[in-house]
Design a protein. Structure first.
Length: 249
DNA sequence: AAAAGCCCCTGGATGC
DNA sequence: TGCATCCAGGGGCTTT
């Protein structure tokens, strides 16, 4: 294992902590990748611009560039993290029960594509929030995985204005939103995600979901359903796109 | 407890 | 061409 510049948090003594360890399994929680080791746990986050590439043993990765920060070298192959903006993270911790792990993983909400994405829990959570629904989706403490693109897209599909206070959502509308979140994320996964500039998957493929976005990145263009010009506003320093005719308060 | 703002960082696109 | 400005798939931390 080698490393270069620090990411969001310094990479610290990873070489010592990882030397000789065995990767026993790989999981995901929210946008954290969890590598279960024979001793300890490695948390990996890609931030906004991170990507992983992998080469099996015997096939070489290209020479490391300035944005390659971390390589996990195993007997089966090498996993490399590239992250130009360095918002990503690689963190070693002893288990999921350490203070560090709990701080990062403990606040995470329900997994949208799993059975635990329960409607009454979702609606109940929304009831307790007065913030705009878009920001509640993005916050990740009620439901995880809904990033900036998919929040706008899910709200469009559900016909809900992003500025609506979360607590105002009726049960039927919460149900519709829940379905929209699941549909949008499942479709995005099928399409390999969204490549706006530098994102790629571990085998170097770009994503294509952005090509079928209904509102995201389409400010001023006609809504694909009704033709009204798509609006772009800012909520919590992030851009939001919506159709003022299709999406009701 | 929850909301709102700030900040981390680099690079590409745009405008003068 | 050169420089300034704005914007970007996230989310932790601090302040209100």
């Amino acid at each position: 294992m080698q490393m270069r510049k620090p990411l969001r948090w310094p990479l610290g003594c990873l070489p010592e902590q990882l030397a000789g360890r065995t990767v026993q399994g790989v999981r995901r929680r929210g946008k954290y990748l969890l590598l279960d080791l024979d001793q300890g746990l490695l948390l990996v986050h890609l931030g906004m611009s991170g990507s992983l590439s992998y080469a099996p043993q015997g096939r070489a990765l290209p020479p490391p560039g300035i944005h390659d920060h971390f390589e996990l070298v195993t007997t089966l192959g090498t996993l490399r993290l590239n992250d130009p903006r360095r918002f990503g993270a690689v963190i070693f911790t002893d288990s999921e029960d350490t203070a560090v792990a709990r701080k990062l993983l403990g606040r995470l909400g329900m997994e949208p594509l799993s059975d635990d994405f329960d409607l009454s829990a979702f609606h109940g959570g929304l009831k307790r929030r007065s913030a705009p629904i878009k920001q509640v989706l993005l916050a990740g403490d009620l439901v995880v995985g809904v990033g900036n693109i998919y929040a706008s897209e899910a709200l469009f599909r559900a016909g809900i204005r992003p500025t609506l206070r979360a607590s105002k959502l009726s049960l039927p509308r919460a149900a519709r939103l829940r379905e929209a979140v699941r549909t949008v994320l499942a479709r995005a996964v099928e399409q390999g995600g969204s490549t706006l500039r530098d994102f790629s998957s571990a085998d170097g493929q770009a994503g294509h979901f952005q090509l079928e976005a209904m509102v995201y990145g389409r400010a001023g263009q006609p809504c694909k359903v009704c033709g009204t010009a798509v609006k772009n506003i800012r909520q919590g320093q992030r851009s939001t796109f919506f159709c003022s005719k299709c999406q009701k308060m």
